[in-house]
Write a protein that binds this ligand. Structure first.
Ligand code: VGL
Ligand code: ZN
Length: 199
């Protein structure tokens, strides 16, 4: 299956922009810096402008872990400590030009539960249903973890997904992880787009 049957890529009334985890710890100098992660910010700022000027919802997720989260190496997990609640590393990058009315969704806040998807144990879906959203434009960090899981969860919940391929970057723990994640999202029905498609 390929999600390439979008009628129009002009964002409209039932669309929302969903920005995943553009937080200091995933950017250069952060504790879990995604290679080239900062490159997502300029295109995301353009997507933000496009949605904001049409008065469409903009949602940003943030990884929001308690101090001894199970995903940290000190607790037997895979990662260095990152995005600890209320720390500078957990802040959304100040370079991301989020409007004041953007909705922030915290995830991964339970100590003993890993959560890569913005839908897992959050209010994200109920917000989107309340606003009548049917299609999500999704970008951010990281392609092979939180973007992947958020996109797959969105598709499973019957949202259509436009993946912003110019506004995602991968951790690539194993070389090729990012590319495989992209293939997986495409096969699951995500429509892969770039800024030029927005018109
Ligand atoms: C993420 C690794 C650990 C992500 C979050 O946002 O993709 N990756 N926690
Ligand atoms: Zn995390």
């Amino acid at each position: 299956m390929d999600g390439g049957k979008e009628k129009s890529l002009e964002p409209g009334r039932t669309d929302a922009l969903l920005i995943v985890d553009v937080q200091n710890d995933f950017l250069p100098g952060g504790s879990l810096a995604v290679p080239h992660g900062e490159e997502v910010i300029p295109p995301l700022n353009t997507y933000i402008q496009e949605f904001h000027r049409r008065h469409l919802p903009i949602v940003a997720t943030r990884d929001w872990h308690p101090e001894k989260h199970c995903s940290f190496q000190s607790q037997g997990g895979a990662w260095p400590p990152h995005c600890v609640q209320e720390t500078e590393g957990a802040r959304i990058s100040p370079e991301l030009q989020l409007p004041k009315d953007a909705i922030l969704i915290a995830k991964g806040a339970q100590k003993d539960k890993d959560a890569y998807s913005g839908f897992q144990d959050t209010e994200l879906e109920s917000f989107l249903r309340r606003w009548g959203i049917g299609r999500l434009f999704i970008g951010g960090l990281a392609t092979d973890y939180c973007v992947l899981k958020t996109v797959l969860d969105a598709l499973e919940r019957r949202f259509r997904v436009c993946l912003l391929s110019d506004a995602i970057r991968a951790v690539d723990v194993r070389p090729g992880d990012g590319k495989r994640a992209l293939d997986e999202m495409r096969k699951a029905g995500a429509h892969i787009i770039t800024l030029e498609h927005l018109s």
